[in-house]
Design a protein around this ligand. Structure first.
Ligand code: DGJ
Length: 710
């Protein structure tokens, strides 16, 4: 039990750089003694054990506790019992890195367990709770936190990411004045579109920097409703309360039943949010996202290239064109299915997963074969949770949609949500996907989309839980039955970017917005918690379809190359010069992608603060690094910048080479001055203290530099 500490009155758990400690007195409320940097000296622990008072670690509503509680219950025919008292009954080390702390309300006969898992090596703490109704009558759990963390902080700043469709993951900072602050979602599915269940909580009056400051990073792993409550007690405690959204948290717990909450993952840093991001990325790539330590393939997705308007001939030409560019996976997006109700726009056909004969008379096989012949893999778009009213499926099973009794079901994007909480729907979805995959051997990749929210349901909020559990069951089943299948988590772009879905998929589509300028902000926020190597970023067309902005191809490529690179335009629409540049970008990416996959992210210049932005990836042994710089708002007066690098070894020399440089020269729109540090040898010390000189040449200039230790 080397990571777990237990004495008569205290127990806790360590990771490489963190310790969490609780006061555990039988028959008393559990108290949080400490959460912070790793404690190595047992005398420090003894001193903490002797502390006169410490905040209650899982307070219930109805007792002396007067702030937002971790737990609320009601019981009795008129719910007359709303007061709970959870007292500590014992601890158990379930294994080398899992601590279970048990609390009990002896009147209500309710047991609540706090489970704390330490990932020692990756410096991550997982927390969740389980409640068991040990009585012989039902009760209602009105609210239950998956994690409750009362921090003895007088001041704090909340950093989180919010947005909307095509504008996801924009960063906000909010000083926590005394009172209750909430960020959350209750759309049932697609619940990360408006806000993401990941936050950075900074200690003090200001948000932490990239390399300095005390903070906690927390991410909730659940594809359903969620909320973080931050309750700032002016007496000097900020409680982080994570769990279901309070509006949808109510659950009936029958006699003998248990309910378990999802995980909150936490990491504590005294070196700013850069450390938080790097820890989350490392841990996610090794522990959470399947096969994420290996590179993803370069994708060409057909959506912005053709939308619903294609046939076999066009797709075969696109596959050939993609192969010539060096693309590794061709993905056929929406529009390939629906025979009685051809899917030629988004109003019909959803739910009828048979190939549309008018567009693809010979089925998918010629496309799959052509991909194989060209050395590429083949991917297919599906949206199995949804149905259009104009579809065979809806005609056969109108009762399968989620709706509220006595109310007309609402349409969104012309579709209904199938009630995945029902066993027969679950079985149908699994059968349908298996049929597509089994009848079309050679589908290596699926893009799993989900394009609306749950607006209404009957049967209580437990429907939300069963829906998400069944969604996970399907993904897990697919993972077992088709171990080589790559699944992209899409959900309108950015709608399911959280660790519950990512644990069961391989990469995600961060946003439908392919405008590279806006993507810099979207990817900036996304990268706070989620690894760029699984963040699909595609080069869109010169005039962006959503924003109408014109951006140089070099800029579009370099923004996409800083994540999981791909293309979202027709290779047939490219000019010869652009095709040549894209080929070069693809081949350059193949040579540097190991840095995106295994490198550690350093954010150097924020697009929120400057006219330019810069990030770096550095291999853990510091032998190689990659720098991306993007000019966002050009003015001649600020065309020259020294960008100070990070993560390098100061006493070693690095060979600096600019990538795509010759091609970039051709792509300069309004060259003011050209300047590059190409092929120079510089010390890590120089690069970090003095910085690399960058001369921006025009608006939306972009530069990529590769560093190799000599
Ligand atoms: C939303 C996705 O985010 C897009 O990439 C595309 O797949 C469309 N749905 C297709 O309907």
């Amino acid at each position: 039990m080397k990571h777990i500490y237990r004495s008569n009155s205290c127990c806790g758990i360590h990771t490489t750089n963190q310790t969490i400690l609780y006061r555990t007195l039988i028959g008393a409320p559990l108290e949080l003694l400490y959460f912070g940097s790793r404690i190595t000296d047992e005398r420090t622990i003894s001193a903490l054990e002797g502390a006169a008072s410490a905040p209650e670690a899982y307070p219930a509503f109805g007792g002396v506790y007067r702030r937002s509680p971790a737990f609320r219950v009601s019981k009795g025919s008129e719910q007359q019992h709303t007061s709970a008292r959870l007292l500590f009954t014992g601890s158990e080390a379930a294994d080398e890195q899992t601590l279970v702390l048990s609390l009990f309300d002896s009147y209500l006969q309710l047991e609540v367990s706090l489970i704390i898992e330490a990932d020692y090596e990756y410096d991550m703490i997982g927390m969740y709770t389980r409640v068991t109704n040990c009585s012989d009558t039902s009760c209602i759990i009105d609210y239950m936190a998956a994690a409750f963390l009362p921090l003895s902080w007088k001041e704090g700043v909340l950093t989180n990411c919010t947005g909307s469709w095509a504008h996801e993951m924009h960063m906000n900072e909010q000083r926590l004045n005394p009172g209750i602050h909430i960020t959350g979602e209750r759309c049932g599915v697609r619940t990360t579109r408006f806000a993401n269940p990941s936050i950075i909580l900074s200690h003090g009056e200001h948000a932490v920097g990239e390399q300095t400051g005390i903070c906690i990073g927390a991410a909730y792993a659940w594809s359903g409703n969620w909320a973080f409550l931050l309750d700032h007690d002016p007496d000097g405690t900020i409680s982080l309360i994570a769990g279901d959204h309070p509006d949808t948290a109510r659950r009936i717990l029958t006699a003998g039943a248990s309910y378990q909450m999802p995980h909150l993952y936490l990491t504590y840093s005294e070196s700013g949010r850069g450390t938080v991001s790097r820890r989350f990325h490392r841990w996610a790539k090794q522990r959470m996202i399947p096969d994420a330590a290996n590179p993803r393939s370069i994708v060409l997705n057909s959506w912005e290239a053709a939308y619903f308007d294609f046939d076999e001939t066009l797709l075969l030409q696109m596959i050939d064109g993609a192969a010539r560019i060096g693309i590794e996976t061709f993905v056929l997006d929406d529009g390939w299915f629906g025979s009685d109700y051809p899917r030629d726009d988004d109003t019909q056909g959803l739910g009828d997963w048979q190939v549309q004969p008018a567009k693809l008379p010979r089925g998918l096989t010629p496309l799959i074969d052509r991909c194989r012949e060209r050395g590429m893999t083949f991917g297919l778009w599906i949206e199995p949770e949804m149905v259009n009213p104009r579809s065979r499926l809806f005609e056969q099973h109108p009762e399968w949609i989620l709706s509220a009794e006595h109310r007309e079901a609402s349409l969104e994007r012309g579709q209904y949500v199938l009630d995945l909480s029902r066993e027969e729907v679950l079985i149908w979805v699994i059968g349908t996907i298996e049929q597509i995959l089994d009848q079309n051997p050679g589908i290596d990749y699926i893009k799993w989309d989900c394009n609306r929210d749950i607006k209404e349901l009957s049967g209580g909020f437990a429907v939300y839980d069963r829906y998400v559990e069944n969604y996970y069951r399907i993904l897990e089943h697919l993972g077992e039955r088709y171990p080589a299948l790559v699944i992209q988590d899409c959900a309108s772009g950015g709608g399911r970017v959280e660790y519950g879905a990512l644990h069961r998929t391989h990469e995600f589509w961060a946003s439908d917005n392919t405008d590279a300028l806006q993507r810099i902000f979207i990817q900036w926020g996304t990268g706070m918690f989620y690894p760029p190597s699984v963040t699909a970023a595609h080069v869109g067309s010169e005039t962006n379809h959503i924003t109408g902005r014109h951006l140089p191809l070099a800029f579009r490529c370099s923004v996409a190359m800083s994540c999981r690179f791909g293309v979202e335009l027709s290779p047939l629409a490219l000019s010869g010069e652009d095709r040549e540049f894209l080929c070069e970008a693809v081949s350059t990416y193949k040579g540097i992608r190991h840095l995106i996959v295994s490198g550690e992210l350093y954010r150097l210049v924020s697009p929120y603060e400057q006219h330019h932005a810069a990030i770096m990836y550095v291999l853990p042994d510091r032998s190689e690094a990659l720098l991306f710089v993007w000019e966002l708002r050009f003015s001649v007066g600020s065309a020259y910048e020294q960008i100070r690098l990070a993560g390098l070894q100061e006493d070693r020399m690095y060979e600096v080479r600019e990538l795509l440089a010759e091609h970039l020269e051709q792509h300069m729109m309004n060259p003011v001055r050209s300047g590059s540090e190409a092929m120079r040898l510089l010390t890590g010390e120089y690069l970090q203290r003095c910085g690399l000189a960058i001369a921006f040449r025009h608006e939306y200039d972009s530069r990529i530099f590769h560093f190799v230790m000599k």
